[in-house]
Design a protein around this ligand. Structure first.
Ligand code: NAD
Ligand code: DAU
Length: 353
């Protein structure tokens, strides 16, 4: 038996692949285009591991995907591959439409043709697990209840609109063709191998480099944070027991305002790696121009996943964020390698402080 993962060299995908082999023996085919966000170095520890087959390629390349499916005959596809950064989608939405919408469409088409070739006894057990986001539900006010699976879609950024479009295609492939799909909607992840364009790794990296810590607008926007390994365990659970055609929210009940997250990071760094001048890292905080169309609050109600599939996160925000800071302190080479070229161009283009 085998499974096919897409985007498995990115932040969540590589954590998923690494964790997968702690519990599974079956072959995992990892298809990743290695965009600026994909980093094969994350998977260095699997270099000699025959269970892991890495293939560089695009989810939209139907010939390649078809060849992989025909050769390996996987029992499931888990689709992590996407353009994932909201700010980049505002600067240039086209890549988001190409991969998140058109790429997912091609992947679904190829998966459908492959699924039709499976013997009847394997068809029902097959899964196409689509990894989506809480952002498709739009933005909450402070009084609103957390997002649940039946909420309507109200995506606000080109990124979330592209994810919403892909979710609709996934849903349609179940309704129309019977493809056994499941879709997950997770809140904000953090943890090891997180590319330092996103808030938490960016702040850790900039703090240690003595650079400004940019806070958009008033910093009171709320995100619901989940340690990446908990997201991975939820996906494994949905893959094992999720019902075809269903959607599942994934979250850790950890709503925090951005400024509070940055304060927490600064305080942990003050303790673990104090600045040489003895001043607190909070002095590096700088308020910058807000993100256009910035969603005010996300919050996930994960009751369905907890009740129906018995999943619970292992980490609290306090334990997860400490592990994360420690990981970045222990892995300066990883940060150095990913913050060359493309990263620096992005910072110069995006942050006009
Ligand atoms: P990421 O940007 O770190 O990684 C994306 C990976 O996909 C990269 O390895 C990249 O090379 C690969 N990729 C991009 N385009 C591709 C293509 N056309 N074909 C093959 N591979 C391609 O993203 P992430 O943060 O790991 O997110 C993974 C998935 O989880 C995404 O679908 C995202 O929407 C979703 N998600 C992310 C979060 C979060 O907080 N990061 C939360 C909820 C859902
Ligand atoms: O909610 C899930 C989503 O979380 C995923 O679908 C996305 O792929 C992922 O990138 C993430 O989106 P966000 O936009 O919430 O994450 P980001 O880390 O970019 O920003 C988190 C918050 O911090 C957001 O309110 C914007 C703010 N921010 C971000 C950056 C990069 C700042 O204030 N300053 C910054 O420099």
């Amino acid at each position: 038996m085998s499974i096919l993962i897409t985007g498995g060299a990115g932040f969540i995908g590589s954590n998923f692949v690494l964790d997968w082999f702690k519990q599974h023996e079956e072959t995992l085919i990892n298809l990743d285009k290695l965009t600026y966000a994909g980093n094969i170095e994350n998977l260095q520890s699997l270099e000699e591991d025959e269970r892991h087959r890495f293939v560089r390629g695009d989810i939209g390349d139907k010939n390649l995907v078809n060849a992989l499916l025909t050769e390996h005959r996987p029992r499931a596809i888990v689709n992590f591959a996407a353009e994932s950064h909201v700010d980049r989608s505002i600067h240039g939405p086209e890549d988001f439409i190409r991969t998140n919408v058109v790429g997912t469409f091609h992947l679904l088409e190829t998966a459908r043709h492959y699924w039709n070739t499976l013997p009847e006894e394997r068809k029902a057990g097959f899964r196409f697990l689509h990894v989506s986001t809480d952002e498709v539900y739009g933005s909450l006010s402070e009084e609103d209840p957390a997002f649940c699976e039946t909420d309507r879609y109200e995506p606000n950024s080109p990124y979330s609109a592209s994810k919403a479009a892909s979710d609709h295609l996934v849903r349609a492939y179940h309704h129309t063709y019977g493809l056994p799909v499941v879709t997950t909607h997770c809140s904000n992840n953090y943890g090891p191998y997180h590319f330092p364009e996103k808030l938490i790794p960016l702040v850790i990296h900039h703090a240690l480099a003595g650079k400004p810590l940019p806070i958009y607008g008033d910093g009171r926007q709320i995100r619901d944070w989940l340690y990446v390994k908990d997201h991975c365990s939820a996906i494994r659970r949905v893959l094992a027991a999720g019902k075809a055609g269903e959607t599942y929210n994934i979250g850790g009940w950890n709503e925090k305002a951005n400024l509070d997250v940055v304060h927490a990071l600064c305080d942990i760094l003050d303790e673990l790696r104090p600045r040489s001048d003895g001043r607190p890292y909070r002095t590096q905080i700088t308020f910058v121009k807000d993100r256009p169309g910035h969603d005010r609050r996300y919050a996930i109600d994960a009751t369905k996943l907890e009740r129906e599939l018995g999943w619970k996160p292992a980490e609290t925000f306090e334990s997860g964020i400490r592990k994360t800071v420690q990981w970045y302190l222990d892995n300066p080479d990883w940060v150095r390698n990913v913050t060359s070229g493309a990263y620096r161009d992005w910072i110069d283009k995006h942050y006009v402080v």
